[in-house]
Design a binder for this molecule. Structure first.
Ligand code: UDP
Length: 330
């Protein structure tokens, strides 16, 4: 049995599908603060072999509720996605981020050791690196986050390492770069009430809601920021591979990226091509806290897990668009 926290969210729900497709039984925990009950329903409807064993609408901050889940099921692994994850919001409301992310994970870790769960896969972020000091960011790059969101994820990395060392469980810490796309069956995808991410914002743009490009005066090839985009289905696969890797008594920290950065303008152009139409665009001021370039050295994921991003950008964007149409009906 696998416990997936945040399984009603974007990356968590795609990972639920990945584990189900590979024959695992899954229990989902989500407080539905940013996850959606409709996603849980859609997952259940796709779950042809009844492999979603349970869904708990609970908050990790409530340890009593969480303990009941661990009392009821024996988990081989916890795949931990549940978190607040908006950089801008974290600056305005750090209390929410420290409580949700750090305190919530502390409760989860306490359950992991109390109930002797042996494996943990954690979604950390490239935001723990802060402003990069090298062209490609490898896992040994200095970690100096520049916002509370990154600070909370870094704090959790320390907690996991210290707990695992003392209480003897295996872990994988993944530092994601930019996640886009949707599964091709469009069962689930990106669905934020306040959308801040690039691809959904481009795809949502129309004459009334012109796409705002934040800054074209960066020191990059076309002046717009460079990021490293990976597909959510590939990302989900990495989590299953990680579990299958660590359960043999290993722990590691791995970037999930492609080594191949794309500028905002390049992504915008691909979106126009995929949609086969002109998307209205306005160039705006830089967004506060955006580094010019964030690109992973992704060698380690290949070496340790034989993982690479396989989905071409065009296909990720096409699936994201198809999901966007689907989501409007929900
Ligand atoms: N971006 C943009 N307009 C938007 C959203 C994002 O120009 O509506 C830019 C943003 O400034 C950054 C890149 O797209 O350079 C990726 O932003 P996103 O929020 O998707 O991910 P981040 O890299 O911040 O995690």
């Amino acid at each position: 049995m696998i416990l997936i926290t945040g399984g009603a969210g974007y990356i968590g729900s795609n990972s639920v599908i990945e584990f189900l497709k590979n024959g695992y039984d899954v229990v989902i925990v989500d407080n539905l603060s940013t996850g959606h009950i409709q996603i849980v329903e859609r997952l259940k409807n796709t779950d042809f072999e009844g492999k979603i064993k349970d869904f708990f609408e609970i908050d990790l901050k409530n340890k009593n509720d969480l303990e009941k889940v661990f009392e009821k099921y024996d988990f081989e692994a916890v795949i931990h996605f549940a978190a607040a994850s908006l950089v801008g919001e974290s600056v305005k409301e750090p209390q929410k981020y420290y409580h949700n992310n750090v305190f919530g994970t502390l409760n989860l870790l306490d359950c992991i050791i109390k109930y002797k769960v042996k494996n943990l896969v954690f979604s950390s972020t490239a935001a723990t690196y802060g402003n990069p000091i090298s062209d490609l960011i490898d896992e040994n790059h200095v970690q100096k986050p520049i916002n509370p969101y990154g600070n909370t994820k870094l704090a959790i990395e320390y907690m996991i390492k210290d707990y695992a060392h003392a209480y003897n469980f295996n872990y994988m810490i993944f530092r994601y770069f930019n996640v886009i796309g949707a599964n091709k069956e469009v069962i689930t995808g990106e669905w934020h009430d306040i959308e801040t991410h690039l691809v959904p914002n481009i795809l949502k743009a129309d004459e009334e809601k012109v796409f705002s490009l934040f800054g074209d005066d960066y020191d990059t090839k076309d002046g717009t920021c460079v990021r490293d985009y990976i597909d959510v289905v590939d990302l989900a696969r990495a989590h299953r591979l990680a579990f299958e890797y660590i359960k043999n008594g290993k722990s590691d920290i791995v970037n999930l990226g492609t080594k191949d950065g794309k500028t905002v303008k390049e992504i915008f152009n691909i979106c126009e091509k995929v949609l086969d139409k002109k998307i209205p665009l306005k160039i705006c001021e830089r967004r506060e806290g955006d580094p010019a370039k964030l690109v992973a050295n992704s060698a380690r994921s290949k070496e340790i897990l034989n993982w690479e991003n396989k989905t071409p950008l065009e296909e990720s964007i096409k699936n994201a668009y198809r999901w966007e149409q689907e989501r409007k009906k929900l």
